[in-house]
Design a protein around this ligand. Sequence first.
Ligand code: RB5
Length: 149
Amino acid sequence: MKIAIGSDHGGFPLKEVIKPFLIKQGHEVVDFGTDTMDSCDYPIYGELVGEAVSFGDCDRGIAICGTGLGISMAVNKVPGIRGALCTNEFMAEMSREHNDANVLVLGARVLGEGLALRIVKIWLETEFAGDRHQRRIDGITAIEKKYLK
Ligand code: RB5
């Protein structure tokens, strides 16, 4: 898969751990930054990751900040994005199986590296179940369309 990844300074250390893990798993990674620990603003990177997925340039995205909260709010403002903030393996699995999440959101100051990598692996390997869940995804898209001008 071609995976967009981005973080603010709070998520930067975890982004640097996840990148080689993805490459080792055979994925192509497009890194939208940030590239240092210097303080920066998470909406910039949420937007970049969201656009890469929404425009179809990347298959999936991973967005990281300190808690995952701010960048989750930002990435979910991009039309077509279903960003899921996951703090455990069950949420990772369900966010794919039931919600067809196309961006995984992580909090680098919330998760240990080992758990974060388990979440990434499960999230990438779990398929969307479709069926009744597709109807609910369509419902989310309908809300988005209603407010898009
Ligand atoms: C940055 O200090 C921090 O606020 C940010 O990474 C994130 O946690 C915001 O939601």
